[in-house]
Unconditional design. Structure first.
Length: 508
């Protein structure tokens, strides 16, 4: 084959009111790792979905191995050696990890029966390649987001693909899991696999890529060799302007304690550790951002679920809000008391895909918009448009589909939903996961502004630089235990990581 592996010629994709891709022409060479970068909404995922058969209705031409192709669906693309790992996980939660890996390609015995043992064995081998400890028989619904991502990757590996598309594959992985994934990618490349890699993380892009393709507003801006550019130049091409440094470090003036947690324990029935959280205590002041750091499985998400009344088991200990002890049987109780939670998984727990932007914003506070027992459409529109303007949500209007927004603007809409409820405490679980550098800067400024207005904020993040940028104090968790607490002036990546890896010593 003398030409490119993939040749994309004048490809465009139009949605109602949105031009997702405009006249994109790009060559992809066999065996290379091509990074695809751009802001949310730049067209990266749309282009990858076209290449993998998810989107079949588009303008333009694509050749694969010098033959004109137009995939009918993802299975057609997979049979041609092209597979994709989506940013938004695409798993059947009621099935096991092994069943998800082989969904639609189930292994059968010579007599035609389902060969579950063979699927479990092969799934275990694939997961072992990723150096993870997932039981192939475990239901996906029982796995955390990071483990679910690894199941998606194992599914793609099972296809023996020649061209692997990865859409933000590390967005929910810990540093150690990311390092493992990079080792897997290197092994795939040694076998000649071509990798198309979408990421907002510039350190990953510059570590892995041979070339970098930059998209902006649906157009291909430039393709650059990694060695011939730098992060500043690439981010400038992504947004069409230099990204200003986000400085939220000027001293805040925290007020009185709004939330206090004493000796919080969360049971873990059937597990050798017995407790997901062990004796966690902390306080949060109004006008303060308190961060929680830790590796995957440290208990960050479980802690926020306890505070919000959403944990599967009843926690032990004391939670005091405005000096009064509270017990939440259900998240609705926490909402009424003045807590708000933005979950780490927008798709599963944050967005209502069937509702428009305005409906997603006003859903929590509809009672406040009724007059004479009926919902006032005029008041609802006024409130939702006010949030759109206040938070700078980029949308065609409050009637637009929430799924038409970029990840950063979807996150703003969810935060806006809670701001209408006027919470006392805002809980943010990894709020910038899968969001580009420009949108991150906007969210940082938003959180800082809300904090300076007197809101108490608790934030978790898998990115330590993010916590160091945002937080007045950082509490570190390791295997459910509180292993460190640092004021802004004391905190550093090294000190936090040392605390995050203080694993328990088991007596011999």
């Amino acid at each position: 084959m003398s030409g490119p592996l993939f040749a994309i010629r004048r490809v465009s994709k139009q949605y109602p009111g949105v031009l997702a891709l405009s006249n994109v022409t790009l060559d992809i060479q066999a065996g290379e790792l091509l990074a695809i970068v751009g802001e949310n909404g730049a067209g990266k995922s749309t282009l990858m979905k076209i290449l993998s058969g998810v989107i079949v209705d588009y303008d333009g031409e694509i050749t694969l191995r010098e033959k004109l192709v137009k995939f009918r669906d993802t299975r057609d693309a997979e049979q041609s050696g092209v597979s994709i790992i989506h940013q938004e996980l695409n798993l059947v939660e009621q099935l096991s990890a092994a069943a998800n890996i082989f969904l639609g390609r189930e292994k059968r015995t010579p007599w035609g029966f389902l060969d579950q043992e063979a699927m479990d064995r092969r799934a275990g081998e694939l997961l072992e390649q990723l150096e993870c400890q997932i039981d192939p028989r475990q239901h996906v619904s029982e796995l955390r987001v990071g483990d679910q991502q690894l199941v998606e990757i194992a599914k793609a590996l099972s296809l023996q693909t020649d061209i692997l598309i990865m859409d933000e594959p590390t967005s929910a992985l810990t540093e150690s899991e990311v390092a493992r994934l990079f080792r897997v990618i290197e092994r795939l490349r040694a076998r000649g696999v071509t990798v198309l890699y979408i990421s907002h993380k510039m350190d990953e892009v510059f570590r892995l890529a041979d070339r970098i393709a930059v998209l902006r507003d649906g157009r291909l801006v430039e393709v650059l060799g990694r060695a011939k550019t730098d992060v500043r130049a690439v981010t400038h091409l992504m947004v069409g302007r230099a990204i200003e440094e986000t400085d939220v470090s000027s001293p805040r003036q925290p007020d009185e304690v709004v939330l206090k947690v004493e000796h919080l324990w969360l049971p873990w029935p059937g597990h050798a550790r017995q407790w997901r959280l062990e004796d966690v205590s902390f306080s949060l002041r109004r006008g303060e951002i308190l961060g929680f750091a830790g590796l995957m499985g440290a208990g960050r998400t479980e802690l926020l679920e306890c505070l919000f009344g959403a944990s599967s088991e009843r926690p032990q200990g004391r939670i005091m809000l405005d000096g009064r002890e509270v017990t939440f049987q259900h998240p609705a109780d926490a909402c009424e008391a003045g807590l708000a939670l933005v979950t780490e998984d927008r798709k599963r727990y944050g967005l209502f895909a069937d509702l428009p932007v305005g409906g997603n914003i006003t859903l929590r506070t509809l009672k406040q918009m009724t007059r004479g027992g009926f919902l006032s459409g005029a008041i609802e529109r006024e409130r939702s448009e006010g949030i759109v303007q206040q938070l700078g949500i980029r949308t065609a209007g409050v009637d637009a589909a929430i799924t038409s927004l970029s990840g950063g603007n979807q996150q703003k809409a969810i935060i806006g939903r809670w701001l209408l409820a006027k919470p006392k405490v805002l809980l943010l679980d990894d709020p910038t996961r899968g969001i580009d550098v420009g949108a991150k800067a906007e969210l940082y400024r938003l959180m800082d502004g809300l904090c300076r207005q007197g809101l108490g904020i608790i934030v978790t993040s898998s990115e330590l630089p993010e916590l160091l940028t945002l937080c007045d104090r950082i509490v570190v968790l390791c295997e459910g235990r509180q292993t460190g607490e640092f004021a802004r002036a004391e905190a550093s990546e090294q000190r936090i990581m040392e605390a995050a890896t203080q694993r328990r010593v088991v007596p011999v």
